[in-house]
Design a protein around this ligand. Structure first.
Ligand code: UTP
Length: 291
């Protein structure tokens, strides 16, 4: 089995739910407190020892490249001024080995993944969507680490799931469960955003995956649905061949591509912050009295 060494972060979507800011700022650059979402995501990868990241960007998103690059003038200035802590923060963003590939046309997630093919070829890869933030609970393993461990002990592709109810079921890919042993789910079918009646379970697919070396080749052979090809078609095929596993996340998950999810992420991260946590708590308590 090939070792997991690389990760893809697709960050080239149009971000229409966040217009007008996404006209000029790619959605994964939206900041939760002082850090863009995409940096939190890159930091998740430290837990699995992956430092080789391929970020799929849209043609005009130079700002993501700038964020992960060196800014010598700023760093020198912070050093000269003796601002060691700020220097470390600025320097930290270029600790990763990041390659960028451009998706010229926003033709969906699977199209974005295929853009990274020259760097992945037939290797396994972690896939982390650029607008979902996962924060491991104190003492728990990050979701991506659990997925990587399952991949490494089985050689199979593994996807992250969470339980959803009511109308939410139709907002996500849905999995059919064949069995579940020690938290590892054997998946036997995948549906793309089913109606409530069609759904196979309450388990939704969320934006973290570890995909085996055969996936890139399978993506190349897919038939399009309109202008898009669907990753879920590949996942469904893997599940029918008995080669797809899933794990239910224990992390806090924020859909920061959605306005309410974005606000929740900011409020909760502010409450956890050493710097402003106490002030935020007092502010929220006072505010709540007026609601
Ligand atoms: P979304 O499904 O949230 O799409 O993409 P979007 O275009 O970014 O946002 P809305 O729905 O218009 O508001 C999930 C992830 O996949 C990436 C996005 O950048 C996001 O991180 N993506 C999506 C691509 O890289 N390319 C695409 O063609 C579509």
């Amino acid at each position: 089995m090939q070792k997991l060494k690389k990760a893809i972060i697709p960050a080239a979507g149009l971000g229409t739910r966040f217009l007008p800011i996404t006209k000029a700022v790619p959605k994964p650059m939206l900041s939760v407190l002082d850090k863009p979402t995409i940096q939190y995501i890159a930091e998740e990868l430290i837990s699995v020892g992956i430092e080789e990241i391929i970020i799929v960007v849209s043609p005009d998103s130079g700002v993501i490249e700038k964020h992960f690059g060196e800014c010598e003038a700023l760093e020198q200035r912070l050093l000269l001024d003796g601002k060691q802590k700020l220097y470390e923060i600025a320097k930290n963003t270029h600790r990763f080995s990041v390659k960028f590939v451009v998706q010229h046309e926003a033709n969906g997630l699977a199209g974005a993944i295929l853009c990274a093919e020259p760097y992945i070829k037939d290797e396994p890869f972690a896939l982390l969507l650029g607008d979902e933030l996962l924060v491991a609970k104190e003492g728990d393993k990050p979701c991506i680490k659990t997925l990587a461990e399952i991949y490494e002990s089985t050689g199979n592709s593994v996807i992250a799931t969470m339980e959803v109810f009511g109308d939410d079921v139709s907002k996500y890919g849905n999995i059919g469960i064949e069995s579940e042993i020690d938290g590892v789910i054997k998946v036997n079918a995948i549906l793309e955003k089913p109606s409530l009646n069609e759904a196979l379970s309450n388990n939704a697919i969320i934006g973290r995956y570890v995909l085996s070396g055969e996936v890139m080749g399978m993506l190349k052979t897919l038939k399009p649905h309109g202008s898009e090809i669907y990753l879920t078609d590949v996942l469904d095929k893997l599940s029918k061949d008995g080669k797809l596993l899933a794990s239910t996340i224990t992390d806090d998950r924020y859909d920061v591509g959605d306005k309410f999810g974005y606000i929740k992420a900011n409020v909760e991260m502010a409450l956890k912050s050493q710097e402003i946590g106490q002030d935020t708590k007092e502010y929220i308590k006072e505010l709540a009295k007026t609601l």
